[in-house]
Design a protein around this ligand. Structure first.
Ligand SMILES: C[S@@+](CC[C@H](N)C(=O)[O-])C[C@H]1O[C@@H](n2cnc3c(N)ncnc32)[C@H](O)[C@@H]1O
Length: 248
């Protein structure tokens, strides 16, 4: 079972978000469990202070080490084991499916959500195993970013999805060479026609059509993924075809 704890100013912000769909069902089935630790509960003064002015001046406030230390200790006691500590921050490494796969294998992940100007760097240096960003933009807090990480991890847990093949045939999957997914079409639909590549019932034709669509989409939208991919001869030939067709 995966245990996920979160140290945050507003843990209640995400608790219900994780009750729905795949994450909710997986929690009911005991595949993972969750503990949100609100930093105010771990403050040491009557005013429940968790932040302080930045050293040497500047705007905003910085989360202090003390409440974070005590909340991390409580998370460790909850699970009975020191967690892998991940700080969500715009200055971290971009979150990737490879990172998600690694985190989903952990026994206890502690997600640390910042607020205000962020977290005291001394605490980060002493406690954080990885700093992870959701992208090149700034959120007001790390709670929603933490929920994204949880959702991405939980759906990879064995038994979380109805069909275990779902995670093998999707964007960024290893088995798909890390490229984007092919476009999906509902079998039952209104009177809009399906692309001809999907209608003949010939498995080989459908496979080739899907592969070409996936490569075309990746080529247009995420050429960086193709540059890193170990492409087969068939895939290279399809990409040449796609490039030629795009010039026509
Ligand atoms: C207002 S932000 C702090 C921004 C920080 N001073 C900076 O300029 O990099 C407050 C908190 O939101 C979270 N956050 C904001 N943007 C994020 C992103 N792109 N990915 C992950 N977490 C983010 C982090 O936990 C961060 O500590």
């Amino acid at each position: 079972m995966l245990s996920v704890s979160m140290l945050a100013t507003f843990p209640e912000l995400v608790e219900h978000a994780l009750d729905y769909g795949v994450t909710g069902r997986a929690r009911e089935r005991g595949l993972w469990r969750w503990r949100g630790l609100g930093l105010h509960e771990f403050a040491s003064d009557a005013r429940k202070s968790i932040d302080a002015r930045p050293a040497a001046g500047g705007p905003g406030m910085v989360l202090m080490p003390g409440p974070l230390d005590r909340a991390l200790a409580a998370a460790t006691v909850w699970h009975g084991e020191v967690p892998t500590v991940v700080f969500l921050s715009p200055d971290g490494a971009p979150l990737t499916q490879a990172r998600v796969r690694d985190l989903a294998q952990c026994s206890h992940v502690c997600l640390v959500a910042g607020r205000y100007e962020g977290i005291d760097q001394r605490w980060i240096d002493a406690n954080v195993d990885a700093v992870v960003s959701l992208g090149d933009y700034v959120l007001s807090g790390g709670e929603l970013a933490a929920a994204v990480v949880v959702d991405a991890c939980v759906r990879l847990l064995p038994g979380a999805l109805g069909d275990k093949e779902s995670t093998a045939f999707e964007s960024f999957a290893d088995s798909q060479g890390g490229r984007l997914d092919w476009p999906q079409y509902a079998l039952t639909c209104c009177d809009m026609a399906l692309p001809p590549g999907l209608t003949g019932g010939d498995h080989a034709v459908i496979q080739r059509w899907r592969l070409k669509q996936a490569l075309a989409r990746t080529w247009r939208r995420r050429p960086d993924l193709l540059a890193r991919a170990n492409l087969s001869l068939v895939e290279r030939a399809l990409i040449d075809e796609i490039a030629l067709e795009s010039k026509a």
